[in-house]
Design a protein around this ligand. Structure first.
Ligand SMILES: [Zn+2]
Length: 439
């Protein structure tokens, strides 16, 4: 067959010239050396000076103050900065609209929603979050598609671990509520609804085979759901037990959305990996979390966004008002008790890309700056189950590395303005500006 020369054949070299981003993503420098003035060793909770990080094929090959620098290495000088592992947000909703009113989605096609969500992923990465655990989406599997598009380099964003859908009771906290009773939603809007242990198992079997990385179950009512009462319990202990057991069969962990104390305790007793929000956790719940080694993933900074957004429906405001302060008080109690904690913001409630603002709240309500950073690095990697891949700057791990001006241990707010972002060895931000594929 004769070789066909098409316009695209001629265009390909130009595309690569014009778009160094794609070229960079496809062919990362073989060896990159980062000179780190200060490096936060999150595992040992200490700060190291004048470190050299050797990056090859997207992985960290060596770290230390005495690493041999190859002659042909591409050197990135961060000697005036503080270098940290890429941050991890354990509670995001990247594949949905950043809009407080879920019913807005009914005016959009699935494709329209997916395209509208692309910037959510981009700004999250540029804010220094190289990994997220994304904990649910109203249109089932939009998050699976986004995760895969990022992994293939079609769009840019953090490495995503996704839930696929919400496991929720009918008309529950993860359901699309507020519709007239005779409106029937398409399947993708109620994919995860289940009303018995066996229905829970069926949903989880389907999600496991269709791309979910973990399972999100909602065991109490919600703040941001029409007709919901955050203080009500959803699902029976039998149903939650079934969820954790079935997920375990597929090697998946379960996270439970829960505000009310009984819903929190039902989830912990069932063996979930984390409780999301944990708003009204009581002393017994704190003791149980400690005993079971359950992570609490408490989004303590988004109250202002909920109350100040012009889009927030009035019933959501009423749900939220009396809960926010209680959640912050309980966060302080849990930190004091030594419960395992992760960093999770519920991004999408506040605009995507300002996730790091939560650090200051975590410090204000009881953590040391080092503990807050550990929550978003080592602890997050442990919760997600991939400590071998990310969460610290160690040989063998993915080269997910960020840098900031100043000392985050003295002023945690410097994390709100990340200067440098590398994910899997590719640089997306340098000197505070997007570069390469992020342009
Ligand atoms: Zn959420």
């Amino acid at each position: 067959m004769p070789k066909r020369i098409t316009a695209l054949t001629y265009l390909i070299p130009f595309l690569f010239c014009l778009s160094p981003a794609w070229a960079a993503a496809a062919h990362p420098d073989p060896v990159t050396v980062i000179r780190a003035g200060k490096l936060i060793d999150v595992e040992a909770a200490r700060v190291l000076s004048n470190q050299i990080i050797l990056v090859r094929d997207g992985k960290i090959q060596a770290v230390g103050d005495n690493v041999q620098v190859p002659a042909d290495a591409h050197v990135i000088d961060l000697s005036s900065m503080t270098v940290l592992p890429g941050l991890v947000d354990c509670h995001t909703h990247l594949a949905d609209l950043a809009n407080a009113e879920p019913l807005t989605l009914l005016r959009m096609s699935a494709a329209e929603t997916a395209y509208a969500a692309i910037p959510n992923a981009r700004v999250t990465l540029l804010a220094g979050f190289t990994t997220v655990r994304d904990v649910g989406v109203y249109r089932a599997f939009n998050d699976v598609a986004m995760r895969d598009a990022i992994a293939k380099g079609i769009i840019i964003g953090p490495r995503m671990y996704v839930a696929g859908a919400y496991i929720t009771i009918s008309e529950g906290a993860g359901a699309m509520t507020g519709l007239a009773p005779d409106i029937q939603l398409p399947l993708d809007f109620h994919y995860g609804e289940a009303n018995s242990p066996w229905e829970v198992r069926q949903r989880i079997r389907e999600l496991a085979h269709r791309g979910a990385d973990h399972i999100k179950i909602l065991t109490t009512g919600a703040v941001l759901t029409h007709g919901s009462n955050p203080k009500s319990v959803e699902f029976t202990p039998e149903e939650i037990d079934a969820a954790v057991d079935e997920a375990r069969n597929f090697g998946l962990r379960v996270e439970a959305h829960a505000h009310a104390p009984e819903g929190i305790k039902n989830a912990i007793r069932a063996g979930v990996a984390s409780v999301e929000h944990a708003t009204l956790i009581d002393d017994e719940g704190i003791a149980l979390a400690k005993k079971h080694g359950t992570y609490l993933d408490m989004d303590i900074y988004d109250e202002e966004c909920i109350q100040s957004s012009p889009d927030t429906p009035a019933d959501f405001l009423a749900h939220d008002r009396d809960l926010a302060e209680a959640q912050r008080r309980n966060f302080t109690k849990a930190v004091k008790a030594g419960v395992k904690m992760t960093f999770g913001t519920d991004a999408g409630v506040c605009p995507h890309g300002i996730n790091a603002r939560q650090f200051a709240f975590m410090v204000k309500y009881g953590m040391t700056p080092m503990q807050a950073i550990q929550a978003a690095t080592v602890n997050a990697a442990d919760l997600i189950g991939h400590s071998e891949l990310f969460g610290s700057i160690k040989a063998g791990k993915s080269a997910d590395i960020i840098a900031v001006q100043g000392d985050p241990l003295a002023n945690i707010r410097v994390l709100e303005d990340v200067s440098f972002v590398m994910k899997e060895g590719t640089v997306y931000k340098q000197d505070g500006h997007p570069v390469g594929a992020a342009l």
